[in-house]
Design a protein. Structure first.
Length: 268
């Protein structure tokens, strides 16, 4: 019960009975939950101010302790009466703002060692149980001060698609530029389509002599091939498979040198 020790040291001169020590512990629990003490008695006195300390004369009546509290946000004002009935203390707390009432009965011997009133480290016992009883029996039923808003959890680290090879890249939204792809003139593009089943790369295993990594300016089938095709025989932009040499000194293999599919099949 952090903070109770200095409070107990200040109030030690007024503590002469076990119930005094218990009231001191109850007072500190109310302070922990956002309340401050205004003074003693049912009615307010002159020059009252909110304080974490116990007011002068709080222990004057050993049978009935009367204390008033106000929340730090001024939304709640409590009237606490701690009434001794034999070896038990009955806590009766009323919220004057909402007229709600809460009651808790505590056995003094369950929380105070009467033979150790001079030693703070031994006078209290079962402190966690005492805190739970005050929180569930008084603070919760009366609502209590509004807690500060919790901090928003930190946003998760943004995951990049290229960090996980098993993830498919997100689809390209409509109206945006398509991602750049490797140039078909790149010699390293050969075999790319066979490695990418989704067709995101270029370059198959069959080497296209027109795209073998070396540019061939001037080859336009739509303009015709002298001695073979008249101009306009091949529509502009149409796919065209050459059927003969397109010029002298043309590098690369002749497409006609490729064997036809299934040439070694005995049933063909």
């Amino acid at each position: 019960m952090a903070g109770l020790e200095p409070l107990y040291a200040l109030a030690r001169a007024a503590i002469s009975r076990p119930q005094d020590a218990l009231v001191c512990g109850i007072h500190w629990e109310l302070v922990r939950h956002g309340y401050r003490c205004l003074g003693t008695g049912d009615q307010p006195g002159p020059d009252e101010r909110k304080s974490e300390l116990l007011p002068t004369g709080w222990e004057a009546n050993k049978e009935v302790y009367t204390l008033r509290y106000k929340s730090t946000n001024d939304a709640h004002e409590l009237l606490l009466k701690a009434i001794m009935v034999e070896d038990s203390m009955i806590l009766n707390v009323m919220d004057r703002s909402s007229q709600k009432v809460a009651d808790v009965t505590l056995a003094v011997a369950d929380y105070i060692n009467p033979e150790h009133l001079d030693d703070f480290h031994k006078v209290y016992k079962n402190t966690e149980e005492l805190r739970t009883r005050i929180a569930s029996g008084i603070i919760a039923p009366l609502g209590g001060p509004v807690e500060k808003a919790k901090k928003e959890p930190e946003s998760k680290r943004e995951e990049h698609w290229d960090e996980n090879p098993l993830r498919l890249p997100p689809r390209q939204p409509m109206g945006t530029r398509a991602p750049s792809r490797p140039s078909p003139l790149s010699p390293f593009a050969v075999g790319g389509e066979d490695l990418d089943p989704f067709g995101g790369r270029s370059g198959g295993m069959i080497v296209d002599p027109l795209h073998s990594g070396f540019p061939h300016p001037g080859i336009d089938p739509s303009s015709g091939i002298p001695g073979r095709l008249p101009p306009g025989a091949v529509p502009p932009g149409a796919r065209f498979d050459p059927f003969g040499p397109l010029g002298a000194g043309r590098p690369g293999p002749d497409p006609d040198h490729l064997p036809p599919p299934g040439y070694d099949d005995m049933f063909m």
